[in-house]
Design a protein around this ligand. Structure first.
Ligand SMILES: NC(=O)c1ccc[n+]([C@@H]2O[C@H](COP(=O)([O-])OP(=O)(O)OC[C@H]3O[C@@H](n4cnc5c(N)ncnc54)[C@H](O)[C@@H]3O)[C@@H](O)[C@H]2O)c1
Length: 454
């Protein structure tokens, strides 16, 4: 392929060299004339293992050349890859000035000599909505009289500096964002040979991916360091704690507890997080991340209540399917669903609750005390499976996997809080199959995702 790469920084120069190494002819463009001159004379603009040699080989094989001006050089290119910077603006938002400028530049130079569309692949990190709301309109404006001249793609880049070449050829994943979420043959050809899980999605999800990754990585570092600071203060060996923590690949270093869905709850997590917050305060450590966990969970509970009652009129009938923090237990202590039931009652919805694990007459001890303190009327709200299935409710709220046991005889407006998506809010056909097979280990989750009813 003949490929144009815009921006010869860490991402762009790595891309240029790696594509040339794969046998493509690559044209690099940068507004910085010094970088361009350096590349053409074999001087790498960045320090990155392997790239110096790849550049010299690419130049010798006439596969690499660099330019400041675009002119008519896009005429016979198959792909353009945009790798310009998106630095922080004064308010923290990405400054999209370089992305805007380079888009105009490409659009302007998509001359009349082309017979097929140019695939323009953006790799710069941009906020969700940028491709659709900023980039596409730029091209639409410039190419109003030449529709079909361009095909836009968004593929976030996952390479890390100092291991960029290795990461380019062995990325953790390949994410391909297209306007309709459908696969694209040009990008498949460009990424052929990269062995990695592949995801084809709409622009917005692809754009979001990079933010999730980077904030997750930042959170891991910040969390590890908060634990380290607390450990040091308590005369605990942080490296031993770390060794034990990362050895647990079932619950700790695993996909568990990472799906957007229910709030955390139950008899252990809130209690022990509060106790750790107390330790933090007690030993004078500044640990803002750990300090924010309960507040974050409370914010989420409020959001779930809003989702669950969206569009409901006051006095509407509601079935809450699942009262305990997970299906199959009668432990009501600190169940987020108790909070939800309280909010529903406070807002005067006519509430029924289905949870086969809960028998009001059999609760004892602290569990009974909690239920009586926080939802004293819970016994009168409970309905049997038969009662729940027979009635038509204004809203059925799936709050834990308990809902999978129900098979409604009447169509229901359902919201699945575990799926945390408006798409979960559906009309349930009486005959529809309701339960998605559990994923391995789902039963261990305090709140497992039960997908929306088909
Ligand atoms: N650096 C990384 O490790 C990394 C990893 C993944 C993703 N990213 C993302 O990739 C993007 C690029 O990052 P980077 O570190 O390579 O940036 P960088 O600042 O090193 O390089 C950007 C280059 O773009 C050039 N440029 C600016 N406007 C231009 C234009 N109109 N035409 C041509 N060239 C132009 C600049 O002169 C510069 O050389 C950013 O959005 C970044 O967030 C970076």
């Amino acid at each position: 392929m003949k490929v144009a790469v815009f921006g010869l920084g860490y991402v762009g120069f790595t891309t240029l060299c790696c594509l040339a190494h794969q046998g493509h002819e690559v044209l690099g463009f940068d507004v910085n004339a010094r970088k361009v001159a350096g590349v053409n004379s074999g001087i790498a603009p960045i320090i990155e293992p392997g790239l110096g040699e790849m550049l010299l080989r690419g130049l010798a094989d006439h596969r690499i050349s660099a330019f400041v001006d675009v002119e008519d050089k896009l005429e016979d290119c198959d792909v353009a890859i945009v790798c310009v910077g998106t630095p922080s603006g004064p308010d923290g938002a990405h400054d999209l000035g370089f992305v805007t400028e380079v888009s105009k530049e490409i659009a302007l130079h998509l001359g009349n000599g082309r017979t097929k569309p140019l695939s323009v692949v953006y790799r710069s990190t941009v906020r969700p909505g940028t491709m659709e709301g900023l980039i596409a309109p730029i091209f639409a404006g410039f190419l109003a009289d030449k529709p079909g001249r361009v095909e836009l793609l968004y593929c976030p880049e996952f390479l890390r500096e100092s291991s960029a070449v290795n990461d380019y050829f062995r990325p953790p994943k390949v994410v391909i964002g297209t306007s309709d979420g459908e696969p694209n043959p040009v990008i498949e050809e460009l990424f052929a040979g990269l062995e990695a899980p592949r995801f084809v999605t709409r622009f917005a999800e692809a754009e979001m991916t990079k933010f999730v990754d980077n904030s997750w990585h930042a959170m891991k570092v910040a969390f590890a360091n908060e634990i380290g600071r607390i450990s040091l203060q308590l005369d605990v060996d942080p490296s031993k704690v770390h060794e034990i923590f990362v050895s647990d690949t079932k619950l700790n270093i695993s996909p568990y507890y990472l799906r957007p869905g229910g709030a955390f709850g139950g008899s252990c997590l809130p209690k022990d997080v509060r106790a750790l917050q107390n330790i933090v305060a007690d030993c004078g450590v500044n640990a803002p991340l750990i300090d924010s966990l309960i507040r974050s969970n409370d914010a989420h509970k409020y959001c779930l209540f809003q989702l669950a009652t969206k569009g409901l009129k006051p006095g509407a009938s509601v079935l809450l399917a699942g009262l305990a923090f997970k299906a199959g237990t009668d432990d009501l202590r600190e169940s987020p669903n108790i909070d939800l039931a309280r909010s529903l009652l406070r807002e005067r919805y006519r509430l029924s609750i289905f949870d086969p694990a809960i028998d009001a007459g059999k609760l004892v001890g602290a569990n009974l005390g909690y239920a009586w303190s926080w939802l004293p009327q819970f016994g009168t709200l409970l309905v049997s499976k038969k009662q729940a299935e027979a009635r038509r409710y204004d809203r059925v709220i799936f709050a834990n996997r308990t809902a999978g046991m129900l098979s409604f005889s009447k169509a229901q407006s359902v919201i699945d809080l575990n799926a945390l998506s408006d798409r979960a809010n559906r009309l349930l056909a009486p005959s529809a199959s309701r339960e998605e097979p559990a994923q391995p280990g789902d039963a261990d989750l305090p709140f497992d995702v039960m997908r929306a009813v088909a």
